[in-house]
Design a protein around this ligand. Structure first.
Ligand SMILES: *Cc1c(COP(=O)(O)O)cnc(C)c1O
Length: 364
């Protein structure tokens, strides 16, 4: 028999246990998520100028490649504590990847409802490989979430979408980590908004640490939606949301009210970025900082660029004050969506396997 005993010294439930609804009876269903790098970006700092510093919270480095793992470790641990034998979620892709992985770890079944044909290939591959039952519905994410709620009412299956309160509890730990690294909260926090759980969770985390005296201030929360999928910005449900950023292709966000409160109470803003702006920011970040993120994640970088537009910024980000510390969350890894990357790639250079020819080609 193996003598290895997990120490549970990593993962968000171990690191931030005292701030989470965890008891002695809660099992640790963890893949060592969280503690992702907060990377200083000299080039973004220079572009913003006026003594501002920009940091990137690289959530693509979580075990399944997105921030969803922070919430899923909590949701699955509580589901197992409550005796669940199966979990279900609607997903634009990353929630299903995370749910499937943590369900595998917990040895319980996972059912995922996806909008047919609208899932980035990397995410679909994950759900299959982690052994989930994958159901593709003839409808969008909002339809899938509606069905999940209906099924949860009658069946003994735990819902692990962000309407599950443990998800946001787990996700708020990203704010704790940022305060831990910077020594205080930043002045501005920029992130993409889809179902609007993450912006709400970050705000919860910032408020909590401020109240505990671990930060002297709270950042302005600045959310960005894709222009074709921007219900909060337009203050209206979008029946047929469209965007290349499939992770934020949501027309009726579940955490709409919480997100609006976060934006208002923090003195922040909500705005939109176009698909072209998203793809250009995605390429810029990969080529200039070596950080490859999926399209939805690049909405925060596109949003930062938009806030710098001249002469009159159309962007409602409150004018970034001199010397501000700005954090942009990039939510998911670029390898999640290889097709989008391929469409943007240049062509390869064909060559004979011969040194002279290769030297000629790279010189020209
Ligand atoms: C889920 C997700 C989002 C959107 O987060 P919400 O909490 O739904 O607003 C953004 N980017 C990526 C990569 C995601 O997986």
């Amino acid at each position: 028999m193996s003598t290895y005993r997990p120490l549970h010294d990593r993962g968000v439930m171990a690191r931030w246990r005292e701030y989470l609804p965890v008891t002695e009876a809660t099992p640790f269903i963890s893949l060592n998520e969280g503690s992702t790098p907060l990377i200083h970006s000299p080039k973004l700092s220079e572009r913003v100028g006026r003594g501002c510093e920009v940091y990137i919270k690289y959530e693509g480095l979580n075990p399944t490649g997105s921030f969803k793992d922070r919430g899923m470790t909590m949701a699955l641990s509580k589901a197992v504590e409550d005796g669940a034998k199966a979990v279900i979620c609607a997903s634009t892709g990353n929630t299903s990847a995370a749910a499937a992985a943590y369900a595998a770890r917990a040895s319980i079944a996972c059912i995922v409802l996806l909008p047919a044909g609208k899932i980035a290939f990397g995410k679909l591959a994950q759900a299959f490989m982690y052994g989930a039952k994958v159901v593709a519905i003839d409808g969008n994410f909002d339809d899938a979430l509606h069905l999940v709620r209906e099924i949860g009412e009658t069946e003994p299956i735990a819902i692990v979408n962000s309407i599950n309160p443990y998800r946001l509890q787990g996700q708020k730990t990203a704010s704790f980590e940022i305060i831990d690294v910077l020594g205080d909260a930043p002045d501005v926090h920029i992130l993409p908004v889809g179902n609007a759980g993450n912006i709400s969770a970050y705000w919860m985390g910032y408020q909590e640490f401020h109240q505990l005296g671990k930060a002297t201030k709270q950042p302005r929360m600045c959310g960005f939606q894709a222009a074709g999928s921007a219900p909060i910005f337009y203050n209206k449900v979008v029946e047929k949301p469209e965007t290349v950023a499939t992770a934020i292709r949501i027309g009726n966000p579940a955490s709409w009210k919480l997100a609006s409160a976060a934006i208002t109470d923090s003195g922040g803003s909500i705005d939109i970025v176009t698909d072209a702006e998203i793809l250009s920011a995605q390429q810029w970040l990969a080529a200039h900082e070596g950080i490859f993120v999926e399209p939805a994640s690049a909405a925060s970088i596109a949003g930062l660029f938009k806030s710098l537009e001249n002469p009159i910024p159309t962007c409602p980000i409150p004018r970034i004050a001199e010397g501000s510390k700005i954090v942009c969350t990039v939510t998911g890894h670029g390898l999640k969506d290889p097709d989008i990357a391929r469409e943007q790639c240049g062509s390869v250079i064909p060559a004979k396997a011969e040194k002279g020819e290769i030297l000629r080609l790279i010189a020209g």
